[in-house]
Design a protein around this ligand. Structure first.
Ligand SMILES: Cc1cc2nc3c(=O)[nH]c(=O)nc-3n(C[C@H](O)[C@H](O)[C@H](O)COP(=O)(O)OP(=O)(O)OC[C@H]3O[C@@H](n4cnc5c(N)ncnc54)[C@H](O)[C@@H]3O)c2cc1C
Length: 487
């Protein structure tokens, strides 16, 4: 097992997708004492025993593509970089199950299945870098979720090393983990690395569909989507994936020289199945969309958009950072939430397009992202208040933000209610009596001093940051590029 005590390398593990100013070190010890790259479950168990014996924190990390600080230490300790545990253990073509180590990326797994005529039903759009363990750990929604569910729905079994040093299996390799008491697979989905380290995963997969076809439709504005969605979710049409982007998103893409349509908004759907079934679905989908005011886009545009599904933040090529927020809201709240999100972007003087997906027949996911100048840490830090305010909009409209991590742990009571949140805290204490497993996240916002920041203080701070950002001059990042494009 490879370990590193190198100062620079340890520093690289002190943040995830979101850059953190150095001043954060006054509150959090984000730099680990050691970076460890295990290759086998036994090595993870060894490290867990070492952490328990020394009472040092142990933080599992995949590719670090999440932005909520979930894989960032708050009290130093060991960071377990799981990306060296990236092997495919078996692909069982007869039983349609695959067993892998958790550090493999979703793309690598999808490609390996494709070569065998199999199909990975869902994955995050960050699939080229995001690991299986990381996405299971965050419990997010992603590509394929509309038709096939999320990662949790695919899991048959996992091997997990617990903080008390035991290694367990959470389900069964060939059959779903139902009817055997509480479903342990789901206990670890979205647990954000605070209950144990996932060291092996068995997923059920599908035979490759005969056809995967993308179709796309443009609207004058994203706010006009609701009637079309209302019809779609009540119909027999079941796209694998439904994603959308607004005018500003496509403008930014064109501003960095990418091939993107000049439309008010575009919805792209991916249909899967036999050729005949997909032909029929496409016809029904055309009728649903055009009768709701959409124009059908040429098939090359749709195919291109589908091929770009993992690269929605190409705006970074402008030299800007792009920080996404993510909320889930009922379809019926979409228009109101969109208007409030856009008003928030304006009030905080940010630059923010809105992209997202339809997560299931009841739910839309909105992922507004804003541009940051990573060299201006003051502005970037204040802008982090956007995620808190966006979450408030979701809660007020019957939805919720996605993920707690370090920065939004103060939301746990709002997610689950006081009693539900208390149960989660008790489960954490029961499974991790010495609080070594990724401490300071989800159930509390921990600090380097071992005391946690009260949720009211954290939320107050985030609100203040958002308010202060609104008092600053408007962000200019991206202005030049957009002006050139619009000339
Ligand atoms: C371009 C882009 C697109 C994205 N698209 C999506 C999307 O479509 N859907 C979505 O949900 N998210 C998306 N995200 C967010 C992020 O990429 C995903 O949540 C991703 O799956 C995280 O994987 P990771 O390997 O980077 O995990 P990390 O960021 O390294 O870790 C995430 C969490 O999981 C825990 N963890 C990691 N490995 C393990 C393990 N083996 N055992 C236990 N816990 C573990 C960590 O402690 C941490 O709390 C996107 C991000 C980007 C930058």
């Amino acid at each position: 097992m490879e370990t590193s005590d190198d100062k620079l390398e340890r520093r690289l593990y002190s943040h995830d997708l979101a850059p953190l100013p150095k001043e954060m070190d006054l509150i959090f010890k984000t730099t680990p004492d050691q970076v460890v790259r295990p290759q086998y479950s036994e090595e993870v168990a060894q490290m867990m025993a070492k952490a328990a014996a020394t009472k040092k924190p142990i933080v599992p990390r995949g590719a670090g593509t999440w932005g909520l600080g979930g894989a960032v230490p708050v009290q130093g300790g060991y960071v377990l970089d799981m990306t060296a545990m990236n092997k495919i253990i078996s692909i069982d073509e007869k039983n349609l199950v695959v067993t892998v180590q958790p550090g493999i990326t979703w793309k690598a797994l999808g490609d390996a299945l494709d070569a065998k005529g199999l199909f990975l039903p869902c994955y995050p759009s960050s699939a080229p870098s995001a690991t299986l363990g990381g996405w299971i750990g965050t419990g997010g929604t992603g590509i394929g979720a509309y038709k096939y569910g999320t990662a949790g729905d695919l899991i048959r079994d996992m091997e997990v090393v617990l903080p008390i040093g035991r290694t367990i299996h959470t389900g069964d390799k060939y059959v779903p983990a139902c009817g055997g008491g509480p479903n342990l697979n789901w206990l670890f989905v979205g647990s954000e690395g605070i209950l144990g380290v996932i060291t092996e995963v068995t997923l059920s997969v599908l035979p490759k569909p005969e056809v995967l076809r993308a179709t796309a439709y443009s609207f004058d504005d994203l706010s006009q989507l609701t009637p079309a969605l209302r019809k779609l979710v009540r119909s027999d049409v079941e796209p694998m994936h439904i994603m959308y982007g607004d005018k500003v998103h496509f403008e930014y893409l064109r501003a960095v020289g990418k091939d993107a349509p000049d439309v008010g908004c575009m919805v792209t759907c991916a249909l899967t199945g036999s050729k005949d079934a997909v032909d029929l679905e496409e016809k029904s989908l055309d009728e649903i969309m055009t009768s709701s005011g959409a124009k059908k886009m040429p098939s090359e545009v749709a195919e291109h958009e589908w091929s770009e599904r993992s690269y929605e933040f190409r705006v970074r090529e402008m030299g800007a950072g792009a920080i996404p927020g993510e909320i889930l809201v009922p379809i019926e709240s979409f228009e109101k939430v969109l208007a409030e999100t856009r008003a928030l972007v304006k009030k905080m003087k940010l630059k923010g397009p809105v992209i997202g997906t339809v997560a299931d027949r009841n739910t839309v996911m909105l992922m507004p992202y804003y541009l940051t100048d990573d060299h201006n840490f003051f502005r970037t830090t204040l802008a982090m208040g956007f995620g808190k305010k966006l979450g408030d909009i979701a809660f007020e409209n019957g939805g919720r933000p996605v993920g707690l991590g370090l920065f939004f742990a103060g939301n746990l009571n709002r997610y689950r209610g006081k009693e539900g949140a208390e149960l989660i805290r008790r489960i954490k204490t029961l499974m991790d009596p010495y609080d070594i497993m990724n401490p300071g996240k989800v159930v509390e916002t921990g600090t380097r001093f071992g005391i946690s920041l009260p949720a009211v203080l954290m939320n107050f701070g985030m609100n203040m940051m958002a308010g202060m950002k609104g008092l600053m001059p408007r962000d200019k990042i991206g202005d030049k590029e957009l002006a050139k494009l619009r000339k």
